[in-house]
Design a protein around this ligand. Structure first.
Ligand code: IMP
Ligand code: MG
Length: 183
């Protein structure tokens, strides 16, 4: 275990199993809605969701197109600033598409609800959300998570894509960061 990690919450094996289950569920739910002319549009949120994204899409047995967007609200802090930035110009079209947003963790819910609202204005067929982790104790803005990996306690987590000041993303597990690292 990394010296800055207090304890492991979800091991590599537990995450892999859960991702297989989510992939199966998504495959079942979308098999009548997408096809090779109209692939599922998976939209990953940079940078935290990249590892979860790449594991999940390989468990979806349907035509899938990839896109990525960035949103930032944290800077180098461990608490959200509440100011969410989304680039207006997506660089891809979601009109009439089956959109599945893939995110690392839903915390306050501010970023993702702003994004969902932006997306809805662009008239997709549907927008759903898949999040690896959910921290319900910290919710400020209500969000519906259609596919959720795990609920987590109210602690600062790193690994499996999650960072603190851009570090620890490559840890193969999700762990609790020692408070001494950020306080
Ligand atoms: P929200 O707008 O507060 O829901 O912010 C969600 C974003 O904050 C996620 O996409 C993560 O990038 C980041 N975040 C929230 N909680 C954690 C955490 O425990 N560790 C690392 N990043 C986090
Ligand atoms: Mg993020």
């Amino acid at each position: 275990m990394h010296k800055d990690v207090e304890r492991i919450l979800f091991t590599e094996e537990e995450i892999a199993l859960r991702i297989s289950q989510l992939g199966e569920q998504i495959t079942q739910d979308y098999k009548s809605k997408v096809n090779s002319e109209n692939p599922l549009l998976a939209v990953g949120i940079l940078r935290g969701a990249t590892i979860f994204f790449s594991d999940l899409v390989r468990k979806i047995d349907l035509p899938v197109e990839f896109n990525f967007i960035s949103m930032s609200s944290y800077g180098n802090e461990s608490v959200s600033t509440g100011k969410v930035q989304i680039r207006e110009d997506l660089g891809f079209n979601i009109h009439n598409r089956e959109v599945l947003i893939i995110e690392d963790i839903i915390d306050s819910g501010n970023s993702i609800s702003a994004l969902k609202e932006n997306f809805r204005k662009m008239n997709p067929s549907d927008v759903k959300l898949c999040a690896m982790l959910n921290k319900p104790a910290r919710r400020v803005t209500e969000v519906e998570i259609d596919y959720c990996g795990f609920d987590t306690p109210d602690e600062f987590l790193v690994g499996y894509g999650l960072d603190f000041a851009q570090r620890y993303r490559n840890l193969p597990y999700v762990g609790v960061l020692k408070k001494s690292v950020y306080s």
